[in-house]
Design a protein around this ligand. Structure first.
Ligand code: SF4
Length: 347
């Protein structure tokens, strides 16, 4: 179907709103229009499922209830409260953006899409969600849910991996956009994650099944169209878990590439420590578009001289298991520490 055929589809948006009024998920951030809380919720749930991230969101908001508190916090404290959510650059960005709001907007959350978009780490989707939910701007918060639902409703073959997909589906969304855009955006989020799922959508329960061309023509499996798959790159990392009498060595990452500012074990050791390598474990870990293969060497240093010498020559932090909880580690290293603690109970 050509876009010109889709002349008046507002009733679809309104139907979705009626469904949302009865079926909206009862989530803490749905009780507020505070742009700070909506913004944090949009960032937290970008890469995290609602039920996995809800406790983290609540703890984060309890510790940093407003822009001012967040802007004044120590970055390591922000990272600590992000623990478990992954993608830690989001935590660094929300911290910086809070300072931006204090410095550039006198501490008042900007109330226009274009201004919200200027905040560190805020993309078009988040700016649209915050400005529509909190300030009633008429902007659809287009994300993968929109691509999938709109492709199916209109049996539209526009390739969602095309660089113009965002603009294309934004235009399409405007055709069904009702008055209450804030609720509509949230309704699309619920429909996309609960009903119109990528695989096995629950079309029988869908409020739009009588309007959905893919459903009516039994062609759901053909939509959305995606021709290019993002390629994953393989990466190999090495770490040395250097420990002695329950203490081990760590450092904060400076590398921007992955795991920015998280803590890690030494990535190399001196020749003097090589005889103390007791074992090696290989861990595979996936990040977005990256497949990591990580070798972690267990280096149990029996010699006090070698231990002191290595520490004197490097700037590593001496940690123990208890105090490591106050720092954020990449998931594979956190798991390694947990397993080691369970196995030996000596850390
Ligand atoms: S009818 Fe099925 S495919 Fe169509 S929008 Fe609803 S859930 Fe998605």
């Amino acid at each position: 179907m050509e876009k010109s055929d889709k002349s008046d589809f507002k009733y679809i948006g309104n139907k979705l709103l009626s469904w949302y009024e009865k079926n909206a998920r009862d989530l803490p951030f749905r009780q507020t229009k505070d742009p700070y809380k909506i913004w944090i919720c949009e960032i937290v749930f970008q890469q995290t499922r609602i039920n996995q991230g809800l406790n983290h969101y609540n703890n984060f908001i309890e510790r940093f209830p407003d822009v001012k508190t967040l802007s004044e916090a120590d970055e390591n404290d922000v990272l600590l409260y992000w623990k478990g959510l992954g993608y830690y650059s989001r935590a660094i960005n929300v911290h910086k953006a809070a300072q931006q709001i204090i410095n550039d907007y006198h501490g008042i959350f900007p109330n226009k899409y274009e201004e919200i978009l200027k905040l560190k780490g805020v993309g078009k989707y988040t700016a649209a969600a915050v400005s529509s939910i909190c300030f009633n701007e008429r902007i659809p918060a287009v994300d993968g849910n929109f691509y999938r639902v709109l492709s199916r409703i209109f049996a539209d073959g526009f390739d969602i991996s095309n660089s113009k997909a965002f603009n294309y589906f934004s235009e399409l969304a405007h055709l069904i956009l009702p008055e209450n855009v804030g609720d509509f955006n949230q309704a699309m989020m619920d429909l996309g994650s609960e009903i119109c799922k990528p695989k096995n959508p629950l079309c029988g329960e869908c409020p739009l099944n009588q309007d959905c061309i893919a459903f009516l023509t039994n062609t759901i499996s053909q939509f959305p169209i995606k021709t290019k798959k993002a390629k994953s790159v393989g990466l190999e990392l090495k770490y040395y878990f250097v420990h002695r009498n329950g203490e081990f060595l760590i450092q904060q990452r400076k590398d921007d590439f992955i795991w920015k500012k998280l803590y890690e074990f030494p990535p190399k050791i001196s020749e003097e420590l090589i005889p103390f390598i007791k074992s090696v474990k290989t861990v595979n870990h996936k990040l977005t578009h990256k497949n990591l293969s990580i070798e972690i060497y267990n280096v149990e240093v029996d010699s006090e001289d070698a231990w002191k010498h290595f520490i004197a020559e490097n700037n590593f932090i001496i940690s123990d298991y208890e105090s490591s909880h106050q720092k954020s580690f990449p998931k594979p290293l956190e798991n390694y520490l947990g397993n080691y603690h369970m196995a030996y109970r000596i850390l």
